[in-house]
Design a protein around this ligand. Structure first.
Ligand SMILES: [Zn+2]
Length: 449
């Protein structure tokens, strides 16, 4: 009898009120925390800074969204106003998410806005800063506080899970320009992918996740600032009280917001991006049905060459502070492991979100060619590509950019303490992995239908 009543309810909901049936199927939860350093400390992103940063233009935040599909599969997405995602921090957060919430590595996506007015982190990039031991101690203390705040952030997003309606769409914002020479003429991607998460009745906006492929380098001074991505989130949250806005950086490794260097410009780009998101929210968006499927793996990227120990010892006596810092880090590796690693494991993650979205996340400062190619290979209207995800350990040039050379093609490796430019073949390795992962996940979805 009880079973009969249950099926009667299912029938009424599914047939007479289909909008309620799909609304009840998904859940979402959100949380937000201030992560602005409380003490003066070094900012990251520019090696030329010679003293700690102190003042602030706006607060830096960490934001989390937990999403649960109708089968109970749950993922957590993190958006942070940080320069990078230290791989050690990612491990702490993912271990916590597994222990406390049973989430697998593939179910947690950790991203950063790559703001160049955020704190230095306990990560390789900080070796390019002119820091003394006491500055490093401050960085490590901040990292501990940050780790604790982000673990709690995940817990609060999970605790907030409640019925939600998801829909996707895509907009446009036009301030990113290819920064490689000749400036402004190279490829770009002005798309703004948007995930709208509303209350179960669809009436109230609870959260919005959106991305854009452009470096967060408008500002380079000594004040904390979230840059354009943070301003876009702040603006959307002002417009929709109670909602949480989460930004992710796309493949903007070779894209800059031009012109730069004024707070007003950073705010203007933030508004432009937020307006791009608002326009999508006002349109008829595609509702997310189906389920979530996730995968994560490391793609081993090879270095072109490795310096010998004696080469590095010579460099230690050289005049370049950056060269000396890298030589020091690599000599430590020789002392610890007896050799240098020939490869670096680049994290690659794929989320198939319902039937309409393939969400790809790649570690490092990924250049725009990856977004354009993956959209061609996986479907232009359905593919979102996040860069700076799960680890930011180097630039990830395409084969074209690697061949052309320049900063993103190779010379930037110095600032990440890596031995040489990448070896040819990395684009194929990354793209093939993503295409294979997405294909497998889509097949699993099809088989279960
Ligand atoms: Zn960068």
């Amino acid at each position: 009898m009880r079973l009969l009543a249950y099926w009667a309810v299912v029938f009424v909901v599914a047939v007479l009120h289909p909008e309620l049936a799909s609304a009840a199927d998904w859940q979402a939860g959100f949380s937000k925390v201030v992560i602005t350093p409380e003490q003066p400390m070094f900012a990251s992103g520019y090696g030329g800074r010679n003293k700690p940063s102190a003042g602030q233009v706006n607060e830096l935040h960490g934001r989390a969204a937990a999403l649960r599909d109708p089968s109970g599969k749950t993922v957590v997405f993190l958006s942070t106003d940080l320069i990078g995602v230290p791989v050690k921090m990612a491990k702490v957060l993912c271990d916590h998410a597994e222990r406390k919430h049973g989430l697998k590595r593939a179910d947690v996506m950790i991203t950063c806005s790559h703001t160049h007015c955020g704190p230095a982190l306990d990560d390789k990039l900080s070796y390019m800063l002119d820091m003394k031991e006491e500055d490093w101690e401050q960085v490590r203390r901040y990292q501990q506080i940050l780790n604790a705040k982000l673990m709690a952030l995940i817990d609060r997003a999970m605790a907030d899970l409640s019925p939600a309606k998801l829909a996707t769409g895509s907009g446009v914002s036009r301030f990113a320009a290819n920064r490689r020479d000749p400036k402004g003429l190279g490829p770009y991607d002005h798309a703004v992918p948007v995930l709208r998460i509303s209350s179960a009745d669809g009436k109230t906006l609870r959260g919005v996740i959106f991305g854009y492929a452009c470096h967060s380098t408008v500002l380079s001074f000594y004040n904390w600032c979230s840059d354009y991505g943070g301003f876009a989130m702040d603006f959307l949250e002002e417009q929709h009280p109670g909602a949480t806005a989460l930004f992710f950086a796309g493949c903007g490794g070779d894209q800059n917001p031009l012109p730069r260097r004024k707070v007003e410009l950073s705010q203007k780009y933030g508004r432009m991006l937020a307006f791009g998101v608002e326009r999508v929210l006002e349109t008829r968006m595609k509702s997310v049905g189906g389920t979530l499927r996730t995968d994560f793996r490391h793609v081993d990227l090879e270095f072109a060459s490795l310096p010998s120990k004696s080469d590095l010892e010579k460099t230690l006596k050289g005049s370049s502070r950056y060269e000396r810092a890298r030589a020091g880090v690599l000599l430590e590796q020789y002392a610890r492991d007896g050799k240098l690693s020939k490869t670096y494991p680049c994290p690659v993650q794929v989320w198939e979100l319902g039937e309409n979205v393939t969400w790809v996340a790649i570690g490092g400062e990924v250049v725009i060619d990856y977004a354009l190619r993956l959209k061609r290979e996986l479907g232009n209207n359905r593919t979102w590509v996040t860069g700076y995800a799960n680890d930011v350990m180097a630039y990830i040039p395409s084969e074209r950019v690697l061949k052309e050379g320049g900063y993103e093609g190779g010379s930037s490796m110095l600032y990440y303490q890596l031995p040489s430019p990448w070896k040819s073949g990395l684009e194929a390795a990354i793209v093939n992995s993503v295409v294979e992962m997405s294909g497998d996940l889509r097949k699993q979805s099809a088989d279960s239908n």
